[in-house]
Write a protein that binds this ligand. Structure first.
Ligand code: PSU
Ligand code: MN
Length: 307
């Protein structure tokens, strides 16, 4: 059976046909990760950062049951304000198509669709991971298993301590996903530049990361790569400020019995409320920072492939 081809925007189709630099972007961050209008402003500003750095942005989503790679301005606007939008990981896409749903795509679904379109680099804020208490709940994000089977390089700012960071790194090791920190030895923790854990590897330039991607795929590993880019110093929050807030949000979710796909959106929204918007500001800056690195990687990778 042949694989589906998502519908490409003209700009993305053109870049793909010409071996241009492209960066995929997810949409659950728009539909479930940030409130309106910050979500729309962020989506537009992240696309602008990708362009400023020489690549074409490809925001991925499901619109009225159609798999889409590359959205127009008015479509982003609609998505940012839409009510009752589905949060789709890879496994939810087929049903969303049948039911004609509109869905924000998680890291897992975005990787899958980017791969079907032929896009190899993807920028986001934070990936899902192994939740705290997973030894009881078994809550491990499908983002991690997707990274173990889909050849996309995902640029993130590490993972939030809403997750069990040590277990997340162990799980990525089992899934054969290299974790490469950019310009540092430390694995970053989203709002902060350090998590207390080291990344597996350190690389210092976008060109080196592009070369590592190339070799990784030449080796037939079949897996993705996780690129951890620490939040810029001036936007970082202090652990004193954010750790307590995160712990409060996690406790509240537990008391209210929130689980499965509702858990991460609940925690993100609660952290934003409890931090009085400080976490949102940091979140926006780190996504822009990741888009910048991803675009530079995409430019270097496109040049490498053209030889
Ligand atoms: N973490 C964030 N921001 C996000 C997400 C996670 O800091 O927006 C979103 C991403 O789309 C990610 C998804 O792929 O949540 C993971 O959800 P879950 O934990 O249910 O797998
Ligand atoms: Mn989960």
């Amino acid at each position: 059976m042949s694989l589906l081809k998502p519908k490409l925007s003209p700009e993305v189709a053109d870049a793909l046909a010409n071996g241009g630099a492209i960066v995929a972007l997810e949409s659950t961050i728009i539909t479930h990760g940030m409130p309106y209008p910050a979500n729309l402003e962020t989506a537009l500003s992240v696309e602008a950062v990708v362009r400023e750095n020489g690549a074409v942005p490809a925001t991925i989503a499901v619109i009225d049951g159609e798999l889409r790679v590359g959205l127009e301005h008015d479509e982003l606007e609609k998505l940012a304000q839409a009510k009752g939008v589905v949060k789709a990981s890879g496994r939810d896409l087929a049903v969303a198509m049948v039911r004609g749903q509109t869905a924000g795509t998680t890291v897992s679904a975005t990787m899958l669709l980017a791969d079907l379109a032929g896009i190899e680099i993807f920028a986001t804020g934070g990936v899902g991971g192994v939740h705290r208490g997973a030894e009881q709940t078994f809550d491990i994000s499908a983002d991690l298993t997707e990274l173990g089977r889909t050849k996309t390089a995902v640029v993130c700012a590490g993972v939030k301590s809403i997750l069990d960071i040590a277990k997340t790194l162990e799980y990525l090791e089992t899934q054969r996903v290299p974790v490469i920190a950019y310009g540092t030895e430390d694995f970053p923790a989203f709002f902060t530049r350090q998590s207390g854990y080291k990344a597996d590897h350190r690389l210092d330039t976008a060109e080196e990361i592009a070369r590592a991607m190339h070799h990784h795929h030449q080796l037939g590993t079949g897996t993705g790569l996780l690129i951890a880019n620490p939040i810029p110093e001036e936007a970082a929050l202090t652990p004193d400020f954010i750790d307590g807030t995160i712990a409060d949000a996690v406790r509240e979710a537990d008391e209210r019995g929130i689980g499965r796909k509702e858990l991460t959106p609940f925690l993100l929204a609660r952290i934003n409320e409890l931090s009085k918007g400080e976490s949102l500001k940091a979140n926006i800056e780190l996504v822009r920072n990741n888009a910048r690195l991803a675009a530079k990687m995409a430019v270097a990778y496109a040049a490498l492939k053209k030889g």
